[in-house]
Design a protein around this ligand. Sequence first.
Ligand SMILES: [Zn+2]
Length: 412
Amino acid sequence: MRFYIIFIALLFGVFSEALASPAVKSVRIGPGIDKTRLVLEVSEQVKFKAFTLDNPYRLVVDFPASAWAVADRNMPKPGGVVKGLRYGLYSSEVSRVVLDLSSPVKIANTFLLEPVGSAAYRIVVDIQAVAAGVYKDEEVTKGSKRINQKTVRTPISLNGVLLPKPKPRSIAKIQKTDWAKNKKVIILDPGHGGVDPGAISKRGTREKHLTLAIAKELKRELERTGKYKVHLTRNRDIFLPLRKRIEIGRAKKGDLFISLHADSHDSSKIRGASVYTLSEKASDKEAAALAAQQNKADVLAGVRLDEQYDSVGNILIDLAQRETMNLSAMFANLLVNNMRRNWNLRNNTHRFAGFAVLKAPDMPSVLLEMGYLTNRRDENTLLSKQQRSKLVLLVVRAIGRYFDQLGAQARG
Ligand SMILES: [Zn+2]
C-alpha cells in the first residue's frame, strides 16, 4: 500500500513537471577548431534567442521558463573558448544559459532540430571566434512557438469547492493596523538566484539555495515574535539585479535590510561568519575583493550594459547617507556581539567595502556572510537544520536589540 502511494506520487510528480513547463534534458558543447557548437536538448518546441555580450565575452541563450533536468555530473566541462556555463531563471518567463568565453565570438548559425529517435528538440547555436574589435553585438531569434506569458491567478475553486473572492483590504486600514502595532519592516535579501548560482561547493551545494532557505526560516521566526513585517526580495530561484533588490526594499519601506550570503574563499581553511557594511574605502583588501566580486553579479547573469542603470562598481556615498551608514554599523556591531559566543566568526568580523546592494540611502543595510562554502565544516553547519535554527535565533535577537536601542535613543 505504501509502495503504491509513493509510486503514484512519483508518477504525479513526473506528469505535473512535464505539464508545468518545458525541460532542458541535456547540454553539450562541441569545441571545434574554428567553430564551437552549443546544443540544448529541450522537451518541447520552444522559441529561443541567442546573443553575444562584450566585456567580459559571453554568449547568452534565452528560452521560455523551463525545468532543468541535467545532473551536475552530466554538465559539459570547460574547454576551448568556453570557460564556464551558468543556467537558471532570468525572469519568471525566461530561462537563460550563459557561456563565459575567453575570447570574442560571433554567432555563426542557430537552429532548432526536430526530435529524432530518443532525442527531443535541440536548440543549436554555433559560435565562431572573431578578432577583438570586430566584435559586434547581434541577436538571433529562432523557433515557432510563442514564449508563454504565464500569469498567476487566484484559484476560483479547490477540489470543486468554490473559494470566496479575495477581498481587497483597504489601504487605510492596513496602515492603521501597522501603525497601531508599530511593526518594523525587515527586508531579507537572499543572495544570488536563477542564472546566478553564487558560490558552489565541491559537493555541489549552491549558495543561491542556501540563502533562500535560511531567509525563509528567518522570516518565519521574525514573524513569530509579532513585532515585524518581513519581505523577501525573492522567494524563489530567480535572478534579481542588485539595483532591483534595493528598490524592493525601499518600496516596502524597509526599516532594516539584510543581504544573506555564503561565499567562497581561495583557501578552503578559511571559515566563519562576517558582517559587512557599506563604505567608500574598504576595511581590507579581501573585503574590497569580495565587494567587487558581488557587484559583478549582474554581469555574470548576462545583463546588458545598457540595462545596467548607473555603474554599480562606482560607489559614491553622499552626505545624506551618513546617518543610514551609522545605523547600519550599529546593527552590524550588535549582530557580531550576539553571534560571538554561539557562532564561528572570522577575525575582524565587522568589515566594510563598496557593496552595491547596501547602497540604499535611507535604509540601514548589512550583508551577512554566514560562512564559506569552500570550507567543509562551514558547509556542513549551514546544511544542518539545527545549526541553522541557532543562527536564525541569533539574528532575531540582534534585530530585537537594535530596535530596542533605537527606541531608547528616541525616548532620550
Ligand atoms: Zn554571495
